[in-house]
Design a protein around this ligand. Sequence first.
Ligand code: DGJ
Length: 729
Amino acid sequence: MTRITTRIAHLRAAGVSFVVELRAPLPRVLHWGEDLGELTGDGLAALGLTADAAALNNSLDEPRQFTVWPTEADGWSGTPAHQGHRGGTATTPRITMTGAEERPGELVIDLHDADAGLDIVLTYRLDPSGVLGVRTGLSCPYGAPGAAPYDLAATTALLPLPGRAQEILDFTGKWCRERSPQRGRLAFAGHVREVRRGKPGLDAPHLLTVGVPGFGFRTGEVWALHVGWSGNQRWLAERLPEGAGVHGGVLGGGELLAPGEIRLAPGDRYTSPECFFAWSGEGLDGLAARFHTMLRARPRHPSTPRPLTLNTWEAVYFDHRPEQLLALADAAAEVGVERLVLDDGWFLGRRDDTAGLGDWTVDPQVWPDGLGPLADRVHAHGMQFGLWVEPEMVNLDSRMAREHPEWILGPSAGVGPSSRHQYVVNVAREDVFGYLLERLDALVTEYGIDYLKWDHNRELHEAVRRGARGTDRPGVHAQTEGLYRLMDSLRSRHPALEIESCSSGGGRVDLGVLDRTDRVWASDCNDPVERQSIQRWTGQLLPPELVGAHVGGPRSHTTGRITDDSFRLITALFGHAGIEDDVTARTPAQRAVLTRWAALYKEVRGLLHSGRVVRADLDDEATQLHGVVAPDAGAALYCWVRTETSVPGQSGRVRLPGLAPGRPYRVRIRTEAGLPDLHQVTGPLWCTAALDGWVPMPGAVLTGAGLPMPTLNPGQALLIEVAAQTSAN
Ligand code: DGJ
């Protein structure tokens, strides 16, 4: 048991304060948000004194409190911190603090529920980026002989929101339109997102953000939550008329558990996913910067230049012909590709999406000499070799399903409808886990695979682990842990192996899977009009180097829209760039453009993959100005985009965010990816000059006054480079 060493714990980092009063019987949250500075003596006393709201008419006879573990016992009528029962009893928790310890950047509080005999460990970790991670662990240390296990229904990490936080932004989507923003007023009620897809999904909440109405990319106060988990989830923002203690509402998240999924017998322990909470006084860009900083500081964050990738999916789909793929590897190397990924279609019986999943051996009918010749050719070109896999899935038309029908995750009553002709295998089973690990390990070893594109193309329905009839048990939690274990085990055998999280595009983008993967596939949609939005909002959580962004062919395979090369190329630059196209079918002139673009990507990726992502607040929804600014504000690359036409003929002066107003800069237009088609006759003057070379420009003009932008035709983009003036230039 830990000792309570302070009365008020104050965690501070990067302009954020989190203050908890460690009082008995239960600590309460005094503040989460803007840094309150070094608080001592009087300051702390004042914070304590102002932590009680009024006792209201027709309400509790004492001021309501917002404790670290809100339940009905505190008079809390909102979502409780946990719910459960022991054989139908112990449903009203009585929580008391049994210990607390403050360590640098961390506060651990031990709680006990006397009613249920539960021990709870609540851990707050304030990252140097200012992101606050909250995790809980629940266990039953003892139990009366013959007592029922404790059935945990839910546990929710809850943090307070001030009353002024009344506008909500979160995300939804579908295949090829992931992370579509939805924004509105947070009414008195719960805004609850329950994710029951067995993965975050194409419509994942992604980052639940509540702010002072009117917040934008660059301004406004915002509070946000991300649930770092790849299984079922629950996210909420809630406002009660009586408030939350002295606060206005709450933000909360956790795992969505099925009834009976977690049953704690003596000695068992449940650890919740980590929920990440962030505050920013500088709008959505400030929030993004905190998450990017946190992710970039991880020991396993990719540290090598992100290799320009060619993925074979839209180039050949299932039509694998070794000679053609060898030629594709040669052509890819010629344009400057650094990693070639062989997508779906290489394994036993996989001629289309109706068969083969589960049989993770190379199909000798298609690849009579195995994948060795292709892997060798790719490596001989100095490129990395990547392979597509979908380990958690099975087609009924496969050896695996025929030999091991018991491996399929689903009820004893029989499986429900297939989805993309496939089912899920129960990776929590030791035999399934062992088979998959052996297969993946063998492939990686035999072919020197550098990278796996790890796909997951269906939702989990009726994901129960089969027992004898009547003993089926909910399985999403175990499945998610099984996935993590499989990835962790493979990576411990192959520490240099990189993994991409793909799920019909961007259906599994979360900080749980990103603990063991190196990038996400943002979407199957390579149409740059759609991609601008998908990348903008994926980037609200993830820095560009973690987000796969590929150039497809002129006609998008998923929308049918035809776009100019330059728009596609410029759009793909702002991520971990790649190509999703049959380069062998392109003309020499087209390949020359790709080659110039590849060189440009290699030149600018250092900046794009380490700098601060900035997005301007513009009145015209049809335009975007986004960019990446070096940490010292000495260089930047901006993208001026028009996705559709709009009424205003002129952009007016547009301010370039993120630069230092007091510094002298110079500006030029980068033309390697091509120039946009214009909806104007000429100018603006600065732009015409910047096409010929560097144009000096004070920081105050760039950041304060702003630059008039050219009026582009729809589906066009312009690349603007900014560099600080030095004595050397
Ligand atoms: C879905 C992915 O999102 C695609 O990129 C591709 O890998 C296919 N699966 C292959 O089946």
